[in-house]
Design a binder for this molecule. Structure first.
Ligand code: GA4
Length: 363
């Protein structure tokens, strides 16, 4: 067994992990239950026969490569990564550093079109390629979320997907370039993007055929995920795990309700809290499932550049994430105070990459 270490070279070579591979052209009920199982057991899985055209992926990767091969001054015209733009080595606001350069974009079409002007010499083409890619992976993310809802026997199967389909969805798109480098001249790669969980609902990741992604398994071992340029790698974000956390608590009190409801534009009393919002998403999510938002990181390859493209499906900023009021009783108190995605996002950005954020919301 290998103990997780910030120094990637200290780890003996752990066995690569074979993530569950879900064939989306399979029978729907079966696919739904396989996805649900993968989210409970791994928090990560791969999808094949996903319906995203290869040309869409290739065009996006090509734009990415062409951007990253530009001289620094041109890349910097995209503006700093805070809030959206070009970043190099610096990650987030609190001193995290990695061997990576990246473009971080909001997926709102207006924002994509504005960013394109400074990112590309052919903004119209860049804009249409990014919009095409985002549309395709959002479609895939929605499909997966609907299947999860089905696997959890949730009533309204579009409950989760509604949040990322919303025009106000705060979903992001990120292009990463990990130039070849090694850790202190050793035979292992350096840390490109340090240990973290993704704060959002769901991440859809695609990379070229260069390895680097590692996931942290329960006993603090880092296991590499072999690259697969034909598949998408999908992982559960904090917000999806969160639903699971309150569900467990409810389950432990013998209250299993297998349905979920989404109500927009209402006010609620939740336990001692009055939740007021004109654009309120109220999530009523109960299941005996438990989805995991798993820690992962990316190492660089010592010889080859790694390119990855990540879509982070998120709710609108005002979306409320909480447990339903009728299930908040003295026996099953709220685990987390109600909060909006905006609040959670702000908390995430106020911390370091590897910090745990959920406990800030513990009651
Ligand atoms: C991890 C997932 C996404 O890449 C990201 C990252 C963001 C950033 O790179 O600016 C964060 C990181 C990510 C988690 C905690 C905060 C925010 C850096 C950081 C220290 C764009 C996101 O949404 O959260």
């Amino acid at each position: 067994m290998v103990v997780a270490s910030p120094n990637p070279s200290r780890a003996e070579k752990p066995e690569a992990i074979e993530l569950p591979v879900i064939n989306l052209s399979g029978e729907r009920t079966e696919v739904a239950s396989l996805i649900t199982k993968a989210c409970e057991e791994y928090g990560f899985f791969k999808v094949i026969n996903h319906g995203v055209p290869e040309e869409t992926v290739a065009a996006m990767e090509e734009e990415g490569v062409s951007f990253f091969t530009k001289p620094d001054v041109e890349k910097q015209r995209a503006g700093p990564a805070v809030p959206y733009g070009y970043g190099r080595k610096n990650i987030g606001f609190n001193g995290d550093i990695g061997e990576v350069e990246y473009l971080l974009l909001h997926t709102n079409p207006l924002s994509i079109s504005q960013s394109s002007i400074t990112i590309s010499g052919d903004p119209q083409k860049f804009c249409s390629v990014v919009n095409g890619y985002v549309r395709a992976v959002r479609g895939l993310a929605c499909d997966l979320l609907d299947l999860m809802a089905g696997g959890l026997r949730v009533h309204d199967q579009s409950l989760f997907s509604k949040m990322i389909r919303d025009v106000e969805s705060d979903s992001l798109f990120r292009l990463n370039h990990y130039p070849p480098s090694s850790f202190h001249h050793c035979t292992t790669g350096a840390v490109g993007f340090g240990e973290h969980t993704d704060p959002q609902i769901l991440t859809i990741l695609r990379s070229n055929d260069v390895g680097g992604l590692q996931i942290r398994v329960a006993d603090a071992v880092w296991v590499p995920v072999p690259p697969d340029p034909t598949a998408f790698c999908v992982n559960v974000g904090d917000v999806l795990q969160l639903f699971g956390s309150s569900l467990n608590q409810l389950e432990s009190h013998g209250k299993l309700v297998n349905h979920v409801q989404l109500i927009k534009g209402s006010n609620y009393d939740i336990g001692p809290y009055q939740v007021e919002s004109t654009n309120l998403y109220f999530l009523k999510a109960m299941t005996n499932g438990r989805f995991m938002s798993v820690r992962h990181r990316a190492l660089t390859n010592i010889n080859k550049p790694r390119i990855s493209m990540a879509y982070f499906g998120a709710p609108p900023l005002q979306a409320m994430v909480t447990t339903p009021p009728e299930l908040v009783t003295p026996h099953s108190p709220l685990l987390y105070r109600p909060f909006t995605w905006g609040e959670y996002k702000r908390a995430s950005y106020s911390l370091q990459l590897g910090d745990s954020r959920l406990q800030l919301f513990r009651k």
